[in-house]
Design a protein around this ligand. Structure first.
Ligand code: SF4
Length: 610
């Protein structure tokens, strides 16, 4: 570690965020590698190191010959200040080398409010923000992750986006880059070649024209670039890499345990959920393979906790077999198994009993809407009776803490739907009073609401977000309806939800807003202490863009949407059909009950694991 950094670290909070050198970190001789990759997570170390995708991509890239992939995280405000004062540029954790000296700078874009961090990290690396101002092949700035399904707000800054699951495509891009570097290609020549790799979107190869009403009139690809760029997926998850040998952080992180990914995709089709559509179709790992992977992960890392992860864990067909296999290893060694993402409808007593043997954590459910009508409109196939029955079993089994998550502002929501959230919470409380195994411990019932944000590639991509004033009115209505003191009500801030909505459905012009925010001190916007709505308002004013045009405007079927440059494999007509069903509060079956021909199976040769 250089002495300047050593001096700085004495002055900042949590210095372990910046030291590297953890157990499992990969070191290579930089003189003997051809391509150096800085894998950047645009948030703090604790958040980035909890991200399974980051761990997978790090390991997969480092398995490539001649490639050294290192990690970079966003510095917290105190560290950023100290680095700037000392003239120390953003650096990678393994080598301590400046990010600006790497060949490829790869960002993971998992949530929209991290966009300003991406720009700020480029600034801290001493690089121009806009791709047009970085004419050389190196460093090449690329991005992947769920947000890239609408890459347009970041199109001015990123040279190349990876659409879909990065395990395979990343390697192909790194390899192509290595060849281009060896052959002395220009950046343009390399990008023209890279655009031919399936799953790669090169924004400089697309012209976007706008009409008089501000909507997009045409997207025109140049030089044979594909339109749309169809996502890449790992067809057989049993072949996908699992990072059993992983980095064990030497400081506390958010999820510090082995994370076992059971399957990708989701059979459900909740109409608001972007992950539920863009990760289709369902591809599951075999239970014996998972058991082996989980045990290996625990053994190699020394972790004493393993968690099962997927969009809807209780939909994994062989969950009981898997839990039995893992528990028979975990129990004698006092390791614990946790089961997040449970649905209220198929959460069996048996499963609960099994998980309880090791650790009894609080229960979390996301009914999303208070009334059955609205739950049907959003296709959340959960009935009130199923939720209450689960709570009955849980309270009788000794649980005394339940968290319920809802959204306000969903399409078709009325005041009666809002009040129904309070009614449901009171019913849960009543169930506790009737069935609690131990009433003396009291109950902790938390109700949280967030403001609905319409997302690209979902049936609600055409819907408008409610205005901030309307969201706040609905929050007040619900707060007044929540009478019991045992219920704690938390609600999410309307301002961050508005910005999230603008970024989620923004077009290329939003890049000017992002640059303005960052040039005026914006960063770490996902953190309350750093988010400044005023700064965003000033950026909208300065660029002449209206946030309501992006967030609150309902879009018509047939409008050219900024994210038409990508395809998640699910057809637009299918999505619109689902939107129309939502307006009629009509349910669609899940993929296991009946295939509704969404189109995603075309990515796996017609096969879905539903
Ligand atoms: S093709 Fe059918 S089974 Fe497969 S994800 Fe789409 S709706 Fe579900």
């Amino acid at each position: 570690m250089n002495r300047q950094l050593e001096r700085i670290l004495k002055t900042v909070q949590k210095p372990a965020r910046y030291t590297g050198g953890e157990y499992g970190a990969i070191m290579k001789d930089k003189e003997r590698v051809q391509t150096r990759v800085a894998l950047c997570f645009p948030d703090t170390y604790e958040i980035g190191m909890s991200n399974l995708g980051m761990r997978i991509l790090y390991a997969v890239a480092n398995k490539m010959d001649g490639v050294w992939c290192e990690r970079v995280f966003a510095p917290w405000g105190d560290m950023e200040e100290a680095m700037e004062k000392a003239g120390l540029p953003l650096f990678a954790l393994e080598s301590g080398d400046p990010v600006g000296s790497f060949d490829i700078i790869a960002f993971s874009l998992g949530y929209e409010l991290a966009y300003t961090n991406v720009l700020n990290m480029l600034r801290l690396a001493g690089l121009p923000l806009r791709r047009a101002d970085r004419p050389g092949l190196s460093p090449l700035v690329i991005a992947g992750g769920t947000c890239c399904y609408n890459p347009e707000p970041m199109a001015d800054f990123i040279d190349l986006f990876i659409i879909g699951e990065g395990e395979t495509v990343n390697g192909e891009v790194i390899e192509a880059y290595g060849r281009a570097k060896k052959d002395g290609l220009t950046k343009q020549a390399f990008l023209a070649l890279a655009a031919k790799i399936p799953g790669v979107y090169v924004p400089s190869l697309y012209d976007v024209a706008y009409g008089g009403d501000g909507t997009i009139s045409a997207i025109t690809p140049c030089g044979g670039a594909p339109l749309p760029v169809v996502k890449r997926i790992v067809e057989n998850l049993d072949d996908a890499y699992f990072p059993a040998e992983t980095i064990v952080p030497s400081t506390e992180i958010v999820h510090d345990r082995v994370v076992l990914e059971l399957f990708r995709g989701c059979i459900r089709g909740c109409r608001f959920c972007q992950a539920g559509y863009v990760y289709r179709p369902v591809r599951a790992r075999a239970p014996d393979k998972l058991t082996k992977m989980g045990i290996e992960g625990l053994e190699k890392s020394g972790y004493e906790e393993i968690t099962l992860s997927s969009l809807s864990t209780s939909d994994y067909k062989e969950l009981e077999t898997l839990c039995d296999g893992l528990l028979s290893w975990c129990e004698p060694r006092k390791a614990s198994l946790s089961l997040p993402s449970l649905r209220a409808d198929n959460f069996s007593m048996e499963l609960m009993r099994k998980a309880q043997k090791v650790r009894k954590s609080g229960l979390t459910f996301a009914p999303e809407a208070g009334s059955q009508r609205l739950r049907d409109a959003i296709n959340k196939n959960v009935t009130e009776e199923a939720l209450l029955q689960t709570c009955r079993i849980a309270f009788a089994g000794g649980w005394n803490s339940v968290k319920l998550y809802f959204m306000l502002g969903l399409p078709t929501e009325t005041d009666a739907d809002v009040v129904a959230i309070a009614e449901l919470a009171h019913k849960v409380l009543g169930i506790w009073k009737q069935h609690a195994a131990n009433k003396s411990r009291g109950v902790r019932l938390t109700v949280s609401t967030s403001c609905f944000v319409p997302k690209a590639h979902t049936p609600f991509q055409w819907a408008g977000q409610v205005t901030m004033a309307e969201y706040e009115r609905r929050v007040a209505l619900l707060r007044d309806a929540m009478r019991a003191r045992a219920i704690v009500y938390n609600w999410h801030d309307a301002k961050t939800s508005l910005i999230e909505a603008v970024l989620a459905r923004g077009d290329r012009r939003i890049g000017a807003v992002l640059a303005h925010v960052v040039q005026n001190g914006g960063r770490l916007d996902a953190w309350e202490e750093y988010f400044s709505f005023e700064r965003w308002q000033k950026a909208f004013e300065a660029t002449g863009l209206d946030p309501a045009f992006y967030a609150n405007r309902e879009r018509l079927y047939g409008e050219v949407l900024p994210w038409h440059v990508t395809s998640a494999g699910v057809g637009e007509a299918f999505l619109y059909g689902e939107y129309e069903k939502a307006l009629r509060a009509e349910l669609s079956p899940d993929c296991r009950t009946a295939c509704t021909a969404c189109g995603a199976s075309s990515l796996t040769g017609g096969r879905c694991d539903g």
